[in-house]
Design a protein around this ligand. Structure first.
Ligand SMILES: C[S@@+](CC[C@H](N)C(=O)[O-])C[C@H]1O[C@@H](n2cnc3c(N)ncnc32)[C@H](O)[C@@H]1O
Length: 186
């Protein structure tokens, strides 16, 4: 099954029992830095982070491969009068016209790993803007968590990738097997 069909069927199932999508708790903890502006949420899913950022005064561009998720985010944004532009997009097939001439005050990637996106992400963020990312990493303590190593960060990988940025928060949570970074472009 391809990625789109897999996620569409997961989200269709979740629709039956869906509560309000919640933001990533470690993103929420950075609230003091989040002063509004423009935001990009890559692989946004049901939009917990997008909805949170929109409520913090960001104009959000949210993208995901799943049309079920994007329809949900659009409907929710309309219902709650939030500034979210939600777009169906396969991030593996980006071309150079994607978001051309746009820059953002924050880019968020939560539980999606495609290292090919890092150069684009770095360009899309304004000087002084923020990057937040959290996903699984290859921790010593954890088994495979049902996730293949291909979709996991290496230990401390995001620290190395963003070594030229100001690191405002970095954590490897061994219990959860997740790595999180919140950093600011110089
Ligand atoms: C684990 S979910 C994370 C969703 C959301 N960011 C969150 O933290 O709740 C992974 C998301 O990546 C999306 N996705 C998978 N492959 C993708 C692709 N090639 N392009 C865009 N989105 C993709 C899925 O549809 C799904 O919504």
């Amino acid at each position: 099954m391809d990625s789109k069909s897999k996620w569409n069927s997961k989200y269709k199932e979740r629709m039956n029992n869906l509560k309000e999508p919640v933001p990533n708790p470690r993103l929420k903890k950075q609230s003091d830095f989040l002063k509004g502006g423009t935001a990009l949420d890559l692989a946004c899913g049901l939009g917990g982070n997008s909805l949170f950022l929109a409520r913090k005064n960001y104009q959000v561009h949210a993208v995901d491969i799943s049309d079920v998720a994007i329809t949900f985010v659009r409907d929710k944004a309309e219902q709650d009068h939030l500034k979210i532009q939600a777009q169906i997009c396969d991030l593996t097939e980006l071309n150079h016209t994607f978001l051309v001439n746009q820059t953002f005050d924050i880019v968020v990637i939560s539980y999606y790993l495609d290292r090919a996106l890092f150069p684009m992400v770095k360009n899309l963020i304004k000087v002084g803007g923020y990057f937040f990312m959290e996903t699984f990493f290859q921790s010593q303590m954890h088994g495979n968590q049902g996730v293949s190593n291909q979709y996991k960060l290496n230990p401390k990988e995001l620290l190395g990738e963003f070594k030229d940025w100001d690191i405002l928060f970095f954590e490897e949570n061994e219990q959860e097997g997740v790595q999180t970074i919140f950093c600011q472009k110089r």
